[in-house]
Design a protein around this ligand. Structure first.
Ligand code: BGC
Length: 782
């Protein structure tokens, strides 16, 4: 049984805009780092910036500097035995396999993510692992990304909140995380070299905020730079990304490690701010650094900065000491079960076919190999060697305990592209006359993995044929899905009365599914990504995975629901959707504008009532719409959420807070976040398409004075608080003045840059006067 669910509403905001306190700069260290730096030779310093093998940093024995171990994650520890590679070809020590990110994220449960992080941290401590390589918080730009199972969401606020919670959990145990893969690593095709061509505003609003949130709110020990380029420059070689944005803007005080094998030019990456190359480059990186110091490309100060960060990491790890060398595998398995329960999403449940009451008697036909042989995680570097694995079939039989017959037929061979007629016939016989059929369908492991992308989002055709054959003989059909990335449902879901999206649910997923099917637990998961009707609806279509080494992020800000909702397109299931066995009502929306202006603070309170007959958990979501904007904005964006657990009939007010970033956009002209005054819609609901209550507020916003240039339009000059009156006086009421004042006919003239107007015959201002005014107003503004 999963542990009883928590009944207090938890952290009520994911607002990435609440005022950030940059992390304090000074860290308390035990090693005397300045003294060590003074004693290290140049060669030793260069060596410290390279791994010593696949997983360890370089020790310097003569100075008592130990090696520390970094190891995969992120949904469990993958500590490989001696000499291990990084792609999971060799065995790793047994560890609890929690649901991979896609499942965890569907819980929308930050406190759960913290507890999972704590458990993983404990397991790391037990194995003397200093840093676990995760969380992976890249955006799900396309359903085809082979690594979507390892990422949280298509929404940066949700991914940022969950990544923060996970990081808090791991690091509370004296173990560091490595937030990855920074940044815009949204596909596997050519992942080591592809250039993501993405505009600044999209980077700032979509691809960077989750990293920003984790860095500013959870102070991760390390960040992992991604393999790819952004706009032609390798991220690992980008000083703008690795130093200016990450460290200087966000206040990151940890170490940046390369993704494994992600460095092609060591000196450039060191200049950019990547401190540690992993795995060991076999001496190449060290030689490159020394050559660069000799040629003057690098200075010893550059090395000292990076060495200080390596030693600080070693110090943080050593501070954890030797305590906590064991963990409770049973307790962690129970937590994995709870997490799998929380992450499963009940997509549909016609006529309340679920839950299946064990006391009802009758036969349950369980069909599908996944029920007996669970697929519970994805392939690649995150593959954990589980301490044990629960199958749904065993768990159902145990839970029903003879009160109902549970008949089983495998139905298909998982890694086969063709139906096995004998298995289909057996499945149909098993389904015939059963009181309910539970059909386990899903993606074979080869369909999704690190290292390559998917080519379609369909289930194997023979599984759908099997579903149709079973539905012919028994319409009381429940489908349980096993998949790390979304699959197309439209070809078959009408034939199922219920669909439970189980994701890849970790080692206890089988028991969790049984809990949900039989009503021992109530579903509460919500989709962290939209399920489109078909792949062709996805905004990255035509721009995924790119060609000739480049992938254009042509959809800009409109990824995921931002696209489907802005375009008002039908979807199979919207972002944020997920049913329960109970129902919830939303009432009494109240809004309190705590402060207005450049740093707005808005509180939203809504009362949620459990209107059904069982306890349940609802996730209240707040979407913000900008009604008036000088730039194009998505129709609505998730800005806060809160989970609330309620007994039948119970009501509870839930308050969610929104700060500046809930309303701001990245103003490219000002090169900063800015709130444009005007009216904003606040939409509160159970999914992006199930808005229960909404209201409109007015905010005054920032004082957005854009710097004037001589080629700013006459309109921009006229709307400037000081330049406007000056220009009006200078051009007078006649001639140009009269035309420009005309609301309609003047529009065309007002759109002309002032410098160009000055060249028109008869315009009363010269180019020199305008240049002089630019300087004067710029000086007045500064
Ligand atoms: C992956 C990382 C992983 C690392 C170490 C890389 O190929 O991209 O996510 O942590 O290998 O295994």
């Amino acid at each position: 049984m999963p542990e009883p669910s928590v009944t207090t509403p938890q952290a009520t905001t994911t607002d990435p805009g609440r005022t950030r306190t940059p992390a304090p700069k000074a860290l308390v260290t035990r090693l005397d780092i300045p003294a060590l730096i003074a004693r290290l030779t140049l060669e030793e310093k260069a060596e410290l910036l390279d791994g010593s093998d696949f997983w360890h940093t370089q020790p310097v024995e003569r100075l008592g500097i130990p090696a520390i171990m970094l190891s995969d994650g992120p949904h469990g520890l993958r500590k490989q035995q001696e000499g291990g590679d990084h792609l999971g070809l060799l065995d790793s020590v047994p560890a609890t396999c929690f649901p991979p990110a896609a499942g965890l994220a569907s819980s929308w449960d930050t406190s759960l993510l913290t507890r999972v992080g704590e458990a993983i941290g404990r397991e790391c401590r037990a194995e003397r692992v200093a840093v676990v390589l995760g969380p992976g918080i890249n955006m799900k730009r396309s359903p085809l990304c082979g690594r979507n199972f390892e990422y949280y969401s298509e929404d940066p606020a949700l991914a940022g909140a969950l990544g923060t919670a996970f990081t808090h959990g791991v690091q509370s145990q004296g173990v560091g995380v490595s937030v990855k893969h920074y940044a815009a690593n949204n596909q596997e095709t050519e992942r080591m070299t592809v250039s993501a061509e993405v505009d600044e505003r999209t980077l700032r609003e979509i691809y960077l905020p989750a990293f920003e949130t984790v860095v500013t709110e959870a102070r991760p020990w390390t960040v992992m730079s991604s393999y790819n380029k952004i706009n032609g420059t390798y991220v690992a070689e980008s000083r703008a990304l690795v130093t200016e944005i990450l460290r200087e803007e966000w206040g990151f005080d940890g170490l940046v490690v390369s993704d494994w094998g992600g460095i092609s030019h060591r000196a450039r990456t060191l200049t950019a701010g990547v401190d540690l190359e992993m795995p060991s480059s076999g001496g190449t990186g060290t030689r490159d650094i020394l050559t660069a110091v000799r040629s003057g490309e690098l200075t010893e100060d550059d090395l000292d900065r990076a060495v200080t960060r390596v030693l600080t990491l070693v110090d943080r790890a050593e501070a954890a000491g030797d305590a906590g060398r064991t963990f409770d595998a049973e307790a962690h398995h129970r937590l994995a079960r709870e997490a799998a329960v929380a992450g499963a999403v009940l997509l549909k449940n016609d006529q309340g076919i679920l839950p299946l009451n064990p006391a009802d008697g009758g036969r349950i036909a369980v069909i599908g190999e996944f029920a007996r042989t669970p697929r519970f995680q994805g392939a690649g570097s995150s593959q954990v060697n589980p301490t044990r694995v629960d199958s749904a079939l065993d768990a159902l039989r145990t839970a029903v305990d003879g009160r109902r017959e549970v008949a089983f037929a495998p139905g298909f061979v998982v890694e086969s592209e063709a139906a096995d007629p004998a298995l289909v016939a057996e499945a149909v016989r098993t389904a015939e006359g059963a009181d309910a059929v539970v059909l386990f369908l899903g993606l074979p492991p080869s369909y999704e993995s690190e290292g390559y992308d998917r080519t379609h989002m369909d289930l194997p055709a023979h599984q759908i044929d099997l579903l149709n054959a079973v539905a012919e003989v028994n319409p009381r059909l429940v489908v349980v899905l096993t998949n790390g990335s979304v699959v197309r449902l439209t070809p078959w879901q009408d034939r199922a009365q219920a669909v439970l999206e189980g994701w890849l649910s970790g080692q206890a997923g089988g028991s969790a599914i049984a809990d949900l099917l039989l009503g021992a637990a109530t579903p509460s998961g919500k989709l962290a990504e939209t399920i489109p009707l078909r792949l062709e609806d996805n905004p990255a279509l035509g721009n995924f995975p790119g060609a000739f080494g480049r992938v254009h992020y042509g959809e800009g800000l409109l990824i995921g629901y931002r696209w489907y909702d802005t375009r008002q397109m039908a979807v199979a299931y919207p972002f944020g959707h997920g049913l329960s066995y109970t129902t919830f009502a939303y009432d009494d929306l109240e809004v309190l504008i705590r402060s207005d202006g450049a740093e707005p603070q808005v509180d939203i309170t809504v009362t949620v009532t459990n209107t059904g007959d069982r306890p349940g958990t609802e996730t209240v979501q707040v979407y913000v719409t900008d009604h008036e904007s000088t730039v194009s904005r998505p129709a609505q964006e998730l800005r806060a959420f809160a989970r609330v657990t309620l007994e039948p009939g119970e009501s509870r007010p839930v308050t969610l807070s929104l700060g500046k970033r809930a309303f701001a956009f990245w103003n490219e002209a000002l090169n900063r976040w800015a709130v444009e005054g005007g009216s904003f819609g606040l939409r509160v609901g159970a999914s992006s398409r199930d808005i229960r209550l909404e209201t409109t507020i007015g905010l005054t916003g920032d004082d957005l004075v854009l710097p004037l240039r001589s080629d700013s339009s006459a309109e921009e000059w006229l709307s400037h608080s000081e330049a406007g009156p000056w220009l009006r006086a200078a051009i007078g009421d006649e001639g140009f003045g009269a035309i420009m004042a005309d609301p309609h006919n003047g529009q065309m003239i007002r759109a002309i840059p002032l410098q160009r107007l000055s060249r028109f015959p008869g315009f009363p201002l010269s180019e020199e006067q305008i240049d002089e005014a630019v300087t004067r107003f710029a000086a007045a503004a500064s």
